[in-house]
Design a protein around this ligand. Structure first.
Ligand code: PGA
Length: 251
């Protein structure tokens, strides 16, 4: 039923460089990706740290790679010390922005703030990538779907935007642990997320659900071949040259 409204398109692979690399290392890596994979089969988005955005943006200009940011401020302008405006991200060449990553939620970012950032991103013409996912204790006590539902409904409720809605399912227990979820587990949660987005957003919106959490060049293909997986959000492994192999695993 739900798949009826979903258009299948190029898989999306997002490199989240977190705070792993220096500015120089970021520029060098972007250059290396561009050289070794001049025509990725997937749509590839590179999200460097804020400080490296400008130089990486210049480096990937006129390449098939897209630029994304790892976070954004909750409003466009104002007295918000230390925040980064969505408008400035656009000016720097960003097309995408990660919103509500668990590493930010764990630092105190509430569902309310995540929604604010999500809406600000949309208003500013950025494509938000909304991260959701449960902790291990939540999973063990059977609350995983409830947590994901809360995070999704709070961010998307009444969403009237057109175009696409990108959600990254990132179980917190899989992030940076080397213990990726099983593709079958991702499949089940992705189906659920698709259903929730359909219930909460405007009809006809295109839904992309990405998987994130300990993706490597060894397991990427097993996720990407699942029809419910529209792409990947890759942390640690996206800072290595083997990221090129992850991009080539795209279906
Ligand atoms: P990881 O991180 O691939 O290093 O597990 C994923 C993420 O946090 O986006």
């Amino acid at each position: 039923m739900i798949r009826r409204f979903v258009t299948k398109y190029m898989q999306l692979i997002v490199a989240n460089w977190k705070m792993y690399l220096s500015i120089k290392e970021s520029v060098r890596l972007a250059e290396r990706f561009k050289r070794s994979l001049p025509k990725p089969r997937a749509r590839v988005v590179i999200c460097p740290s804020f400080s490296a955005l400008s130089l990486v943006s210049a480096k990937i200009k006129k390449s098939p790679y897209f630029l994304g940011a790892q976070d954004l401020g909750p409003t466009d302008r104002g007295a918000h010390t230390g925040e980064v405006s969505a408008k400035d991200l656009r000016e720097l060449g960003c097309k995408y922005v990660i919103v509500g990553h668990s590493e930010r939620r764990q630092m105190g970012e509430s569902d309310k703030l995540v929604r604010q950032k999500f809406m600000t991103a949309l208003r500013s013409g950025l494509k938000p990538i909304l991260c959701v996912g449960e902790t291990w204790p939540e999973r063990k006590s059977g609350k995983a779907k409830r947590v994901v539902r809360r995070q999704l409904e709070s961010a998307l409720h009444g969403l009237r935007a057109r175009g696409e809605c990108i959600v990254a399912y990132e179980p917190i227990w899989a992030i940076g642990t080397g213990k990726a979820a099983k593709p079958a587990h991702a499949r089940e949660m992705h189906t659920y997320i698709r259903q929730l987005v359909t219930e909460n957003a405007s009809r006809g919106i295109k839904i992309r659900v990405l998987y994130g959490g300990s993706v490597t060049s060894k397991n990427a293909a097993s996720f990407l071949k699942e029809p419910e997986v529209d792409g990947l959000l890759v942390g640690g492994a996206s800072t290595k040259s083997s990221f090129v192999r992850i991009c080539s695993s795209s279906q």
